[in-house]
Write a protein that binds this ligand. Sequence first.
Ligand code: FES
Ligand code: FES
Length: 165
Amino acid sequence: MEYKKYPQTQEIELQLNGNIEKIAISPWTTLLDALREHIKLTGTKKGCDHGQCGACTVLVDGKAVNSCLSLAVMQQGKEIITVEGLSKGDNLHPVQQAFLDHDAFQCGYCTPGQICATVGLLNMDKGKTPDEIRDLMSGNICRCGAYANIYKVIEEMKQKNVQGI
Ligand code: FES
Ligand code: FES
């Protein structure tokens, strides 16, 4: 039997945080591994690596996605924003600032994913009630239990009518 030969690596181009990143990766490399291991942007965290914790959440075309479940090759032509890309220099995104103001993190490991999920939520016309906010954020697990303050952030962003990105 003849086995199909798969390329070890291929060059891809990602639109990441307003820049173009060219990297050579295997076709099966996840977006999470491309970000952390190849591009060395380690703000995005690896928790479960199985789509269950939300630590790896980034924004793709404005939508919050689990980067551990997305292949990097499939993200070409889309706009990817990680937690590093939300601030403009020293100016934090309002959601990042609100996380600081409300002390919405303890160890901070889940925080980049929580911030990106919050921005993704603000990009949608959803999250109008506390129950809806809890439901929309339920894919993001915080082992320190900072949920109460994270919800305060989202409620404040909603009250102030802050837009995502
Ligand atoms: S690392 Fe992706 S969902 Fe947990
Ligand atoms: S702040 Fe520690 S896991 Fe959320």
